[in-house]
Design a protein around this ligand. Sequence first.
Ligand code: C5P
Length: 410
Amino acid sequence: MSSKRILLIIGGGIAAYKSLELIRTLAKRGISSRCILTKGGAEFVTPLSVSALSGDKCYSDLFSLDDEAEMGHIELSRSADLVVVCPATADLLAKASGGHANDLASTTLMATDKPVLMVPAMNVRMWEHAATARNVATLRADGVDVMEPDTGAMACGEFGPGRLPEVEVIADRVEASLARLTGPKPLEGRHVLLTAGPTREPMDPVRYLSNHSSGKQGYAIAGALADLGARVTLVSGPVSLAPPRGVDLVQVETARQMMAACEAALPADVFVSVAAVADWRPATRADRKLKLKEEGKGPPTLSLSENPDILATISRMTEGRPELVIGFAAETDSVEENAALKRERKGCDWIVANDVSGDVMGGSDNEIALVTATGVERWPRMGKLLVARQLAERVADYFVDSGKPRVAAE
Ligand code: C5P
């Protein structure tokens, strides 16, 4: 049995028969498949042929006592390095994007902690339907790798996009994904310290100053760096997100707590400052709730004190400064010029600049420019998860190119 294994979910479409060929092609490349056959899938291929080709039991029933006793659906969802859905029907795409869990395939997709690759195949009109386009966009934003179908003549007699890609092409994609997942991790032994989310600066026991940061971009970057093998300490302000897999989370509220948590987490090889740290805090925090109007006076006057600049402080450390310090610049005008100036002012190595005049804060997409000592690189608009993956790759490339020894590994 090979050490690389996929969990293959076979949906109910005419292309299901090609999944048998995929199992064989992958086996020749040393990749074994454990299979789930949906009810629809079983109308096109039999559990017996799936089982014979995969050399393993074929799972199909969420409520089967036999299946559950042998391997529970949660365990099944995590028993492989990668989950592949092939063919991914319009129904499976819809269920997965909506978070349904009413059969073994959809439950497994909800329960898995492994990356998912979906290979759609359906009638051209179904592929081009607004609902399918929406579901594919949602899945991609959630980090699912959805392949583009091929264009050509279909089994139903129509012509257009919706055909299952060639089996060899699917196998190439599976192999490449597995190589990335199970291959050597470029950031292994590196410690990355990252801040994310907003800070809250209390005024009295019930009120605070804060901002609209959702933490999405920072959490995605933390996860992408951990996927590349880094030990990640994520110092986060209050957000409503689950921490990414394999990341050490330190929760804070105020800028001063965030500064202290960062200092406590050093040394690190990399510092990534994604948090939208409040620049000021109320100079005093009242012990009791401030009254709208004090007797005989107008509304209270708010006086502010400056918060520590965490990015500038860490960038300018004379001893033990992380080798690579990355700041973020949320700008509404002259984005690149202001970002370049900010890079100098803060003393960091790279600035990730973005235009926040639209819905970037809280939204799922981002359009950034990477400002380094050697110039500005504009990236096209893409999902925050993709921005995170590409930035993590750039961090990994930096260490490969610099050839510096690992200093902060535990
Ligand atoms: O100066 P500005 O707040 O626009 O700079 C943004 C960058 O500085 C971000 O990387 C942010 O995380 C960081 N920052 C910080 N501490 C502050 C203010 C900003 O680390 N008090």
